[in-house]
Design a protein around this ligand. Structure first.
Ligand SMILES: NC(=O)C1=CN([C@@H]2O[C@H](COP(=O)(O)OP(=O)(O)OC[C@H]3O[C@@H](n4cnc5c(N)ncnc54)[C@H](O)[C@@H]3O)[C@@H](O)[C@H]2O)C=CC1
Ligand SMILES: CC(C)CCC[C@@H](C)[C@H]1CC[C@H]2[C@@H]3[C@H](O)CC4=CC(=O)CC[C@]4(C)[C@H]3CC[C@]12C
Length: 410
């Protein structure tokens, strides 16, 4: 991918918020996009293309779906900036079209890089984050990326006069909590003691609070910032690396996976396409429904069935030839907890020599073993959200992706 210095090209075509100018300074690459079907849609639309969107973490699992969804579903888009620490090769596939796609390699922990990327954007969708519950990164790094990075995004919006900020939070800001209390089909108002010790949920909770508290702050030009936070449950779909890991583990075990979690434990899951669609809708509606939506949180939900983590995965891995062995956990809980604790101890002992970060640790065991599901219609009531993909379609797409055996989401 070609890279340019200086400001993002194509910005001259779009008008920034309140006529603010752009800033320079980041390595950027401009890529035209839109397939023929989208070009047709644009031609049909009487709406002018005028909006500049920035998606941080736009090359991640969710971020890529948000980027593609915006290109398909946001006719007012003029420029789409994709900001990420690691730019994905799939960006190159995007063809020249009426929407300017600007790839920006940058780090959310670097305030000046974020400020340069935000300059001139109308809407920021902040999905970038360090998703680590396995002990790969230090607690300090997780805090820096998830909390300081979010603070940098907020300050950049304020400095640049960008008024609309959508934050990808997580169900983890609520729970499961350290007491392992169940959250059974709860909604945004369900009382629950949110108490965290693990760096990831703690960082997401702090970052979410920063975003919500920033709602109403005056941005450059004097207008108020409008923010809201989306809380997905466990996301699945094309690009879900842990699903692929379980698939390969099952293949290594001769087509079998061994049940570890009771089937009665419900774990909330949501299809990535619907999470992306919810981000696009929120971003679109924030302007018109600011008094209602500003400072609000929304769980991300769809019609995916309530099941245990493993039984849910089998909806995809079963048709790919795997079998879940055992109607009850094959190992008693105390033994799993012992193994998880042993893994944590080994991780600590080996740290000076190598990174040992298996999927099973006391935290992941607790999350997988605690019922946490949501049932709400807040997003429908506030901004008309309905899942774009049915459960059948979400399932079929995910199965197709697992079977394809590649890492691309397409
Ligand atoms: N995967 C899941 O089940 C859930 C994820 N989330 C949230 O959704 C968001 C996206 O998560 P995923 O797509 O699953 O993770 P991901 O790891 O696939 O994507 C995160 C993206 O952020 C980028 N990034 C990380 N550090 C960065 C930095 N310092 N500067 C710029 N970019 C950086 C990464 O390169 C990556 O492309 C995260 O904020 C996460 O907390 C929320 C609920 C569930
Ligand atoms: C046999 C083991 C006990 C099974 C381990 C499964 C775990 C690796 C995963 C079970 C639940 C997952 C988490 C959950 O879906 C909620 C999440 C929300 C986020 O914001 C980030 C990801 C995650 C923490 C997710 C991570 C993997 C699990 C712990």
């Amino acid at each position: 991918m070609g890279q340019e210095g200086g400001g993002a090209s194509g910005r001259g075509l779009c008008h920034g918020p309140a006529g603010l100018g752009d800033e320079d300074g980041l390595p950027v690459a401009s890529l035209g996009v839109l397939g023929p079907w989208q070009q047709q849609g644009m031609a049909d639309s009487a709406q002018a293309q005028k909006l500049v969107y920035l998606v941080t973490g736009g090359c991640g699992f969710l971020g890529e779906h948000v980027v593609r969804m915006l290109l398909q579903q946001e006719p007012r888009l003029c420029e789409l900036r994709v900001f990420d620490l690691h730019l994905g090769p799939w960006l190159e596939e995007l063809e020249t079209g009426p929407v300017q796609v600007t790839a920006i390699q940058g780090d959310v922990t670097q305030a000046h890089e974020v400020a340069a990327a935000v300059a001139g954007a109308h809407v920021v969708i902040h999905t970038a984050g360090l998703v680590d519950v396995f002990g790969r990164a230090s607690p300090e790094t997780i805090h820096e990326v998830n909390v300081q990075g979010t603070q940098n995004v907020i300050e950049a919006c304020v400095q640049n006069g960008t008024r609309f900020l959508v934050y990808t939070s997580s169900m983890e800001v609520v729970g499961p909590n350290i007491k392992g209390q169940p959250f059974y089909r709860g909604n945004e108002n369900t009382p629950y003691e949110a108490a965290h010790r693990h760096p990831y949920p703690r960082s997401k909770a702090l970052a979410e609070r920063l975003v919500l508290e920033a709602n109403g702050r005056k941005v450059r030009g004097g207008l108020p910032l409008v923010t809201c936070a989306l809380r997905p449950t466990g996301i699945y779909g094309e690009g879900h690396q842990i699903m692929k890991d379980f698939y390969h583990q099952g293949l290594r075990l001769g087509g079998r996976l061994l049940r570890a979690i009771p089937a009665s434990v419900e774990h909330g899951r949501v299809y990535v396409g619907n999470v992306a669609w919810m981000h696009v809708l929120v971003a679109r509606e924030l302007e018109h429904r600011a008094p209602l939506m500003g400072g609000q949180v929304y769980f991300c939900y769809d019609n995916s069935p309530y099941k245990s983590y493993e039984d849910f995965n089998m909806e995809f891995l079963g048709p790919c030839g795997l079998r879940l062995v055992g109607s009850r956990p094959l190992l008693p809980y105390w033994l799993l907890l012992f193994l998880a604790t042993l893994n944590a101890l080994l991780q600590w002992l080996l740290r000076p020599l190598l990174l040992y970060a298996p999927l099973l640790n006391p935290y992941t065991l607790a999350v997988a073993n605690t019922t946490f599901t949501v049932s709400t219609d807040k997003a429908l009531r506030h901004f008309g959200y309905e899942p774009l993909f049915s459960w059948e379609e979400s399932r079929a797409r995910t199965i197709r992706w697992v079977q394809a055996g590649e890492d691309s989401t397409q």
